[in-house]
Design a protein around this ligand. Structure first.
Ligand SMILES: [Zn+2]
Length: 296
C-alpha cells in the first residue's frame, strides 16, 4: 500500500473503531418500509427489522453503546417477540458492534465475517493490528456463496459477491416482498468506502451493484448500508457514478498522472455533492488509484 493520504488513514481508523464517539445524544428512528418492515437509523449502518408472526428478523446492529436504544425501538415495533435471526451484511463495527448484545439470536453471516471477527486483522494501510473480537460476537451460522432462509413462509436469499466493499459482503433479498438490504455495497448518493484491507476492490464493488440490479425492478425497496431508503433509479445512478469515477481515474493513470495530479484534476465533475459524507472525492480517488495501481 504505497500512498494513502493521512486524511484517508484517519477516516479509516475512525470507521474501524469509533473509539471516542459520544453515542448519548443519538436517537433511533424507524421508517416503515412496508408492512412489518422497518428501517432503523441511529449511528452506523442502516438496520432492517422484519416483525414476523411470532419472531423478529434483524439485519445489522450498529454500535454496542446503541444496543439498548435499538432494543427499545424493536420492542416498540414488535412487542415481546424474540429476535430469531440477526444477519450481518459484513464484519465492520458500524454493522456488527452490537452482536454481543443481540447474540441470543442466531447470527448469520458470510464465512469471511466469522474469519475477520475471530482473528486479528492486520490493516496494511497503517501497519496496525485490530484485535479479534470475543466469541460472543461471532456468527453462529455461516455460508459461502448463497443461502436461503424461510421465515414466516417468506423466501429470504442471502447473496455473496466476492471482493466488493469487503470480502464478506451479503445482500439480503426478501424475494416475496421485493425488498433488499444492500449492506455497504450501496451508499446512497455518496462515494463509497471500499475496504481494500479487508478484501474490497473497486471492480468487485461495481460487479456487486451490477449483479443486484440484474434481479431488482422499479418497485424494489432498497435499504442502502448508509443513507435514506432508495429505489432502483437511485441504485442505477450510483452504478453510473462508480463506473465513471473508476474510468476517469483509470484514464488518468494511463496518461501518467500522479495521484496528486489526479486529485486536483476535477475528476468529481458532476458528482460534487457525492463527497459530502464519510468519503470525500479525494479519498475516493485515492481508493480507486490505490486499488488500480497496487501490486497485490
Ligand atoms: Zn458501514
Amino acid at each position: 500500500m504505497k500512498k494513502i493520504t493521512f486524511l484517508f488513514v484517519c477516516l479509516l481508523l475512525t470507521h474501524l473503531t469509533f473509539a471516542q464517539r459520544d453515542f448519548s445524544k443519538i436517537e433511533i428512528s424507524a421508517l416503515e418500509v412496508d408492512s412489518n418492515f422497518y428501517m432503523l437509523q441511529g449511528s452506523g449502518g442502516n438496520i432492517l427489522i422484519y416483525v414476523g408472526v411470532e419472531e423478529i428478523l434483524m439485519i445489522d446492529c450498529q454500535f454496542a453503546p446503541l444496543s439498548e436504544k435499538i432494543r427499545a425501538k424493536i420492542t416498540e415495533l414488535g412487542g415481546e417477540r424474540p429476535i430469531k435471526y440477526l444477519i450481518n451484511t459484513h464484519y465492520q463495527g458500524d454493522h456488527t458492534g452490537g452482536n454481543e448484545n443481540f447474540n441470543k439470536a442466531d447470527i448469520i453471516a458470510h464465512q469471511n465475517v466469522h474469519k475477520r471477527l475471530s482473528e486479528d486483522q492486520f490493516i496494511k494501510a497503517f501497519q496496525a493490528t485490530v484485535e479479534a473480537k470475543p466469541e460472543s460476537f461471532w456468527p453462529d451460522i455461516v455460508y459461502t456463496n448463497r443461502m436461503e432462509i424461510r421465515f414466516d413462509s417468506q423466501l429470504i436469499v442471502l447473496l455473496h459477491h466476492p471482493n466488493g466493499h469487503t470480502d464478506g459482503d451479503t445482500q439480503v433479498a426478501f424475494v416475496d416482498r421485493n425488498i433488499i438490504h444492500m449492506g455497504d455495497t450501496f451508499f446512497k448518493d455518496r462515494f463509497p468506502y471500499i475496504d481494500f484491507s479487508s478484501g474490497g476492490t473497486i471492480d468487485g464493488y461495481i460487479s456487486s451493484v451490477e449483479n443486484a440490479l440484474f434481479y431488482l425492478d422499479q418497485d424494489t425497496k432498497i435499504i442502502p448500508g448508509h443513507g435514506d431508503l432508495a429505489n432502483t433509479k437511485d441504485l442505477k445512478n450510483y452504478l453510473s457514478m462508480l463506473k465513471i469515477m473508476r474510468d476517469r481515474v483509470s484514464t488518468g493513470i494511463e496518461e501518467g498522472l500522479s495521484i496528486e495530479e489526479l486529485k486536483n484534476a476535477g475528476l468529481d465533475k458532476g458528482f460534487e455533492s457525492w463527497g459530502a459524507g464519510f468519503i470525500n472525492a479525494e479519498s475516493f480517488i485515492d481508493t480507486i488509484w490505490t486499488d488500480l495501481t497496487r501490486e497485490n
